[in-house]
Write a protein that binds this ligand. Sequence first.
Ligand code: NDP
Ligand SMILES: O=C(O)C1=N[C@H](C(=O)O)C[C@H](O)C1
Length: 277
Amino acid sequence: MTDTEARTPFSVAIAGVAGRMGRQLVAAALDEGLVVAGGTEAPGKGPFDRDIGELAGRQALGVRPVTDPVAAAANADVWIDFTRPEATLAALNSLKHTRVSGVVIGTTGMSAAEEKEVARAAEQLAIVKAGNFSVGINLLQALTRIAASRLGEGWDIEILETHHRRKVDAPSGTALMLGEAAAEGRGSGLDDLRAAPYDGPASARVPGQIGFSVRRMGDVIGEHSVSIGSDREILTLSHQALDRAVFAHGALQAAAWVKGRAPGLYGMDDVLGLSGN
Ligand SMILES: NC(=O)C1=CN([C@@H]2O[C@H](COP(=O)(O)OP(=O)(O)OC[C@H]3O[C@@H](n4cnc5c(N)ncnc54)[C@H](OP(=O)(O)O)[C@@H]3O)[C@@H](O)[C@H]2O)C=CC1
Ligand SMILES: O=C(O)C1=N[C@H](C(=O)O)C[C@H](O)C1
């Protein structure tokens, strides 16, 4: 199903409704005819006196942000969370006490231990988690896997990402997804192939490793490229997000897919039917 096709309406609760993605998610959900049943904001920060719909530039809903995920999710089918790792994990813990039957996580920058906590929560909840909810990036992931498998270790793989100056985590969740796909193409895991940042007098490239470069500037929404180079040629696959709404509509597509599904940890490739590519 594409993000423009009609869906059976369902209700969502959205974490971090005053954030860049929170506002996009509320607006996209209302534009798609879904019910926004509740939303949260960080304790002590707010704004708690504003209507969630108005914060997103849409009509007033008579719903204001609260700090407690259980209260926000009281009438929701699906929880959507693009916040911070610690906030997402706290919400997952609370959701066990709600009627929510599916979760969509876009939060990036989780440590290995935090990723394990998400996996544990997925023993009880159906969770779709992705570092990027755009269709283009998920196809790029599949293409990267293929390119890395066809072009042997004599080819160097370098991933470059650029984001707005307010982004806190690096490399981006998307860059790490692409690195993981490249490593899989080489029959390995990213933990084994990830290059340390090139910085200092002993930073020569180690053959076979996957390198990452990061830029933070202005209001760039998200740009990613994967370059694979030999001594004679360089192949570059790239993607540019032109509007944050692409992530929000992708997340809602995932929400429609995960609602009522059996507990488990799923990816956007499952939602898009790209698993195994
Ligand atoms: N997977 C994907 O497709 C995408 C993922 N992202 C990821 O989503 C995350 C958010 O990005 P972005 O919207 O730009 O960031 P913002 O900082 O604009 O938004 C995050 C929001 O979450 C709020 N928040 C923090 N702690 C809590 C809490 N305990 N309870 C409720 N709300 C809380 C923040 O409040 P306050 O500012 O007051 O702390 C803020 O409003 C990042 O990890 C980013 O990488 C972004 C785009 C696409
Ligand atoms: O923080 C952002 O803005 C984005 N974060 C995601 C990431 O870390 O890859 C996705 C997107 O590129 C925007």
